[in-house]
Design a protein around this ligand. Sequence first.
Ligand code: GTP
Ligand code: MG
Length: 193
Amino acid sequence: MAAAEFIIGASKPEQFPAETVPEIAFLGRSNVGKSSLINRLLNQKGLARTSATPGCTQAIQFYRVEGGWMFVDLPGYGFAKAPRDFVRSWKDLIESYLTTRQSLGLCLLLLDSRRGWMEMDLELKDWLQHWQRPYAVVATKFDKLKTQRDRSESMAALGKGDPTHTPLTFSALSGQGVREIWQAISTIKTNRP
Ligand code: GTP
Ligand code: MG
């Protein structure tokens, strides 16, 4: 478990903090569980704000994490009520982060295990591959799949959407997957001796 502190919520690139340590970016649809994953990884319940209402995280939230990483909680995409202007500025902000950030070490692409790959997830994945951004896929809310059959069907569908990346299964309720996700994060070298 690592201690963490909130640094800044950036709504424009000028507000991004200096690039001092490798960054782990949390990406995915609105409500998929990005902020809940951050809280669970850091064992700090109220660190990143979570909500049942999609669109909770709006600016890019930076958290400095003990051990030498920055966790970056990105606003979610794809919720129905988002006004057009909002979608445009979301895209601009995320794109400028993902294309220009030299310190970006790993993207965690979160998918709801009940819904699998949706169009915007596939677009984002293709885009990450195009820009050669390393990423891992995380299947969230795994506790909601109650039967073994549901779980295997979900894994099969997730594998079809991206045969190159086996998803890490995760539940913010039970903590399932925390160790494996930390393992993936730990492969990203910090600048510390
Ligand atoms: P935005 O900030 O809107 O993009 O959403 P987000 O991806 O940060 O999602 P958030 O972490 O706020 O979680 C959304 C809702 O899903 C909240 O009501 C959470 O309690 C719930 N949730 C998140 N992870 C899990 C999980 O693993 N299991 C269950 N059952 N619920 C979860
Ligand atoms: Mg959030």
